[in-house]
Design a protein around this ligand. Structure first.
Ligand code: GLA
Length: 395
């Protein structure tokens, strides 16, 4: 299954460096079943790693202080000295990796010279977390090759740090955790405050999670993601000024928000209302998942979409269209936008025997409405980042 990607990455490495790679690593994208925009708001999330990957081909270079990175898919490369202090550069993709190096240096760890080439089957800007796969994949590689003794949790936090400091997106921790801690056929419930997590069987007998990629691309540097963080921070401050004991959104109720609505103003109120409801929904979704009640899970997904679209306002016309049209079809339990929003994918809980028909119908309707060919991803829930050993694949 991974062979074409590994093969392609291997060949590109050989031609870029005129030598053989010594290691291959696979770093996955993620889906999120429920709990959107609550990872930086005291919530719980339900993500899982998927079988779409960034593949890294790597060789350690003892004789040099240079690290050379080749982004195969966009035919760009970048080199830097690993012992110098790093700062953000113009090549946006390189910043994810330089940010990781800086975070590792700040941890007091030392790395050596390296040649890296990478290629991806995770579509970029589609809400499947290609960013976390890139930054955490690289942190994982440096940890493995230079024996940095970092825990998996530290790797996830380093990835997030890189995005905050070098990319400028104030993301939460969900994507990095899913990429690093993903388990085959398991959905994770992550407490985004304590970072404790448990796994649930992804048992959805008779149903399938299917992604519809609107092909509307976004980057959270410009998307409004950081603005949402400011809105909710303002809301939190107002709540605290009246209820100092309420240190996080888990304690807040809808009644309190109604009481403070005037002071918050309409926009901040709506943002906070979404969060309070979404935190509750994730609790209900965990119950539905563990009791194998897919219908209820589907309802919650659809409710989340309404909240994301009308209250948190991170959807867009194309995704709203996809969700609304999907919900008119028979055999659909739930549909919603997924990830940061402003484009990307919808996630749909569909009856197995209807999924292909529904996908085709929506594909056609979307093309007619927007002139865009959407993509359909039937993803499988898979392992987090791992090294791929040479004898496990055939080239
Ligand atoms: C992006 C961010 C995550 C999370 C989601 C929305 O994927 O990277 O931290 O906030 O958006 O749930």
């Amino acid at each position: 299954m991974h062979n074409p990607l590994i093969n392609h990455t291997c060949k590109a490495f050989q031609s870029a460096f005129q030598s053989e790679p010594e290691h291959f690593f696979l770093s996955p994208g993620r889906i999120n079943i429920l709990g959107e925009h609550v990872d930086y708001n005291d919530g719980f999330v339900l993500p899982a790693a998927i079988d779409k990957y960034i593949c890294f081909a790597v060789k350690k270079k003892q004789d040099t202080e240079t690290c050379t990175l080749v982004a195969i898919d966009i035919e760009e490369s970048f080199s830097f000295n690993i012992n110098e202090q790093q700062s953000p550069v113009e090549k946006a993709w390189a910043n994810y990796l330089l940010g990781v190096v800086e975070a590792i240096q700040k941890n007091g760890k030392t790395i050596g010279g390296l040649q890296v080439a990478f290629s991806s089957t995770i579509p970029m800007g589609s809400g499947l977390s290609s960013s976390a796969a890139l930054e955490c994949g690289f942190a994982y590689i440096l940890n493995a090759l230079f024996d940095l003794q970092l825990s998996k949790k530290e790797i996830a936090l380093i990835g997030q740090k890189a995005e905050h400091t070098f990319v400028g997106v104030q993301c939460g921790i969900m994507d990095q955790f899913a990429t690093v801690f993903g388990k085959e056929n398991k959905v994770m419930i992550l407490d985004c405050n304590s970072l404790e997590h448990r796994y649930y069987d992804a048992r959805l007998e008779g149903y399938r999670l299917v992604l519809f990629d609107s092909c509307v691309k976004h980057t959270h540097l410009t998307s409004g993601y950081n603005d949402r963080r400011k809105d909710v921070e303002q809301g939190k401050q107002i709540i605290r000024s009246h209820y100092p004991e309420m240190t996080n959104f888990r304690d807040v109720t809808e009644e309190i928000l109604i009481e403070l609505k005037k002071e918050m103003g309409e926009v901040v109120y709506r943002r906070c209302l979404y969060l309070v409801k979404e935190i509750r929904r994730v609790g209900e979704a965990v119950q539905a998942l563990s009791e194998n009640r897919p219908e209820d899970l589907g309802h919650l997904m659809t409710e989340t979409h309404t909240g994301l679209s009308k209250e948190y306002e991170v959807s867009c016309n194309e995704i709203d269209f996809l969700v609304e049209e999907t919900l008119t079809e028979e055999g659909v339990l739930g549909a919603r936008m997924m990830g940061g929003g402003f484009g990307g994918c919808s996630i749909n809980l569909l009856r197995e025997d209807q999924a292909d028909r529904i996908s085709k119908t929506i594909e056609k309707k979307y093309r007619e409405a927007f002139g865009i060919q959407m993509k359909v991803y039937n993803v499988n829930i898979s392992e987090g980042i791992k090294e791929y050993t040479a004898n496990a694949f055939i080239i």
